[in-house]
Design a binder for this molecule. Structure first.
Ligand code: ZN
Ligand code: MN
Length: 508
C-alpha cells in the first residue's frame, strides 16, 4: 500500500459579543434569554420588507481578527446572499460574504509551523431548531447574531495540529475580547475537511490541493457536530483511521458530510455531497458595498493587544518561565496579567524586607530563577486547583496580586512550611485576607526556635529507644518515623529539613 498522509482544512465559526445583533437593534446574547423567541424583531425574524442596517462594531471586530492573523484587508468589500432552504433560516438566505471577504491570506503559527488562513469573513447566524416528540420548534433568538467565519488552507497535517489551531484561535478571540468562543456553548464551532492523499503525489497551492502528474485525488470528508477541542482531535483521528482502512481494502471513499458521535466516539454519514451545493450567491441589494479606509485599519491596528504567541515568547525570555508553564500562564489573558502583577509586587516586597538585601535588579538576578519556580508552582498547581474547584477565573478570585506576592515571600523566606502554606492559601482564597494575618491568627508560622525544636527532639529520642536502635542499625525508615513524630508534636509547624538535620546530628 502506498503511504498516505492526512490533508486537513478547518472552518471555524465564532459568535461576536457585540451589544446588538448584526442588522437590527435586538440585544445580542441569545443564550442569556430564558424563553425562546424573546429576542426578535421584524428584521432578524426575516419579515418581508424589513431592511437591515449593518453593525459597525461587527465589521471592525472582523477586521481586528484579520489584523491579529496578519491577513490582508479588502478595502472594497460587500455582503452577499447565500441562498438555501432550511427552517432555521427565516429569510431563505443568509447574509454572508462570497468573493470579497473582509480579510484574506493570513496566518497563525503553531509551534514552528505556519498555518495559512484562506479568509476571514462576517456573516449572520441562523435560528435554532428544537426537536421534540410533538414536532420541531424554531427559536429565532440566535438569528442574526454576528458570526466570524475563518477558513484555513488545507495545510494542516494532523489531528493534534488541528486541535492546537482551534485552541490558539480561541485564545486570540478572547485576548481581543470580541467573543467568549466557548465551544461547549456553541459560541465557537469547528468543522474539518479531511482527506488522505498519497505522499509526494500532490501539492497545496493556497486553498487548493493539486494532484501531480496523473494522480487522482481522494475525495474529502467534511466533519460536523464537533463540540469540544478534544472532539476536534478525536473526530479527525477517527476519520484518518477510517479512511486509511478503506483505502487499504481497495475501497473508495465517498465525498460526504459526517457527524461526530460523542457517545460512541465514531463519525457517521450524514449526507453525501456529489457536488458543492449551489447557493446562487449574489450581492445583497439591501446593503451598499462597503469601503474600508486605510485610516480605520491603522486605528484598529493600534488597538491590538500583545497576542498570546508574543506574550509566550516574552514570558520565557523576560522571566525565565519554562515553555510548558508559560503556555499555561498566557492561555488566559487575565492569568497572564495577574502573573505579571504578582512578579512586580513580589520584587517590591523583597526590596522592602530586611531579609533580602540589594536593589530590585540584584535580587532578581540572584533569586529570579528560584522565585519564578515558586510562582509557577503556587500559581499553576495550587491556585489553579482552587479556581477549578470553585469554577471561577483568576480575575474573579479574592486574592489580590499584592497578597499573593506577600504569600510567596512567606514561602520563600521559610516563614511557613509547605503544609502551612497550603492552609494559608486556602484561607486567602476563601476570605481574601492578608497572608501574614492568617499566619498569625491561625498560628501557622514555622517553628524557628532551635531550643524548642531540640527539646522536642530529645523527648522523642528518649521515648522511642527501639526506633533509635533500628536507625543506628542502618534502617533509614526509622528516621522518617521519628521526624513524623516531631511534626506531630509541633502541629506540623517545624521544617522537616531542619528536623532531619538535628536528628541525624544527635543520633550519630
Ligand atoms: Zn432583531
Ligand atoms: Mn458560514
Amino acid at each position: 500500500m502506498p503511504k498516505y498522509v492526512p490533508v486537513i482544512g478547518l472552518e471555524i465559526h465564532a459568535e461576536l459579543k457585540t451589544k446588538t445583533k448584526m442588522f437590527c437593534s435586538c440585544a445580542n446574547g441569545y443564550e442569556l434569554k430564558d424563553k425562546p423567541n424573546e429576542n426578535i424583531c421584524p428584521i432578524c425574524s426575516g419579515q418581508p420588507g424589513a431592511l437591515p442596517t449593518l453593525n459597525r462594531q461587527a465589521v471592525e471586530w472582523t477586521i481586528l481578527v484579520g489584523l491579529a492573523l496578519e491577513a490582508k484587508i479588502n478595502l472594497q468589500t460587500k455582503f452577499d446572499r447565500k441562498n438555501y432552504f432550511y427552517p432555521d433560516l427565516p429569510k431563505g438566505y443568509q447574509i454572508s460574504q462570497a468573493d470579497l471577504p473582509l480579510a484574506y491570506q493570513g496566518k497563525l503559527s503553531i509551534g514552528d509551523k505556519d498555518i495559512s488562513i484562506t479568509r476571514v469573513h462576517l456573516e449572520e447566524d441562523t435560528g435554532k431548531l428544537l426537536h421534540s416528540q410533538a414536532g420541531s420548534l424554531i427559536d429565532l433568538s440566535r438569528s442574526s447574531t454576528p458570526l466570524i467565519e475563518l477558513v484555513t488552507d488545507p495545510c494542516i497535517e494532523s489531528a493534534q495540529q488541528a486541535k492546537e489551531f482551534c485552541q490558539r484561535y480561541q485564545q486570540i478571540l478572547r485576548y481581543l475580547e470580541i467573543s467568549d468562543a466557548d465551544m461547549e456553548r456553541g459560541q465557537m464551532r469547528c468543522e474539518a475537511n479531511v482527506s488522505l492523499q498519497e505522499e509526494d503525489k500532490f501539492t497545496i497551492a493556497g486553498a487548493e490541493v493539486k494532484p501531480i502528474a496523473g494522480y487522482h485525488l481522494n475525495p474529502k470528508v467534511e466533519l460536523k457536530n464537533i463540540n469540544s477541542f478534544r472532539a476536534v482531535e478525536k473526530a479527525i483521528e477517527y476519520e484518518i483511521k477510517r479512511q486509511e482502512k478503506l483505502l487499504s481494502q481497495g475501497s473508495s471513499i465517498s465525498q460526504e458530510t459526517r457527524g461526530w458521535d460523542e457517545n460512541n466516539q465514531v463519525t457517521f454519514a450524514q449526507r453525501t455531497k456529489e457536488t458543492a451545493a449551489d447557493y446562487r450567491y449574489f450581492p445583497e441589494p439591501d446593503l451598499p458595498p462597503l469601503a474600508i479606509s486605510e485610516q480605520l485599519i491603522e486605528q484598529l491596528q493600534a488597538t491590538l493587544p500583545e497576542l498570546p504567541q508574543k506574550k509566550l515568547n516574552r514570558f520565557i525570555r523576560q522571566y525565565g518561565f519554562s515553555e510548558a508553564d508559560a503556555k499555561i500562564l498566557v492561555s488566559d489573558k487575565n492569568l497572564a496579567a495577574y502573573t505579571e502583577q504578582v512578579i512586580s509586587e513580589l520584587i517590591g516586597w523583597l526590596v522592602a524586607l530586611p531579609e533580602t538585601e540589594g536593589t530590585a535588579e540584584e535580587i532578581w538576578q540572584q533569586e529570579g530563577a528560584k522565585l519564578i519556580k515558586l510562582i509557577s508552582n503556587w500559581l499553576i498547581n495550587r491556585l489553579a486547583n482552587h479556581l477549578n474547584l470553585a469554577k471561577i477565573k483568576v480575575n474573579e478570585c479574592k486574592i489580590t496580586p499584592e497578597n499573593f506576592a506577600e504569600f510567596i515571600t512567606l514561602v520563600y523566606h521559610h516563614k511557613v512550611n509547605n503544609l502551612a502554606a497550603q492552609k494559608i492559601l486556602a484561607e486567602m482564597f476563601k476570605t481574601g485576607d492578608d497572608p501574614s494575618d492568617i499566619m498569625t491568627a491561625k498560628d501557622l508560622g514555622q517553628l524557628e526556635d532551635d531550643n524548642t525544636i531540640e527539646t522536642i527532639i530529645d523527648q522523642i529520642i528518649a521515648a522511642n529507644p527501639k526506633v533509635v536502635d533500628d536507625y543506628r542499625a542502618g534502617k533509614e525508615n526509622a528516621l522518617k518515623f521519628l521526624i513524623g513524630q516531631a511534626m506531630k508534636n509541633t502541629q506540623g509547624k517545624a521544617n522537616p529539613q531542619t528536623l532531619n538535620e538535628i536528628f541525624k546530628k544527635k543520633l550519630t
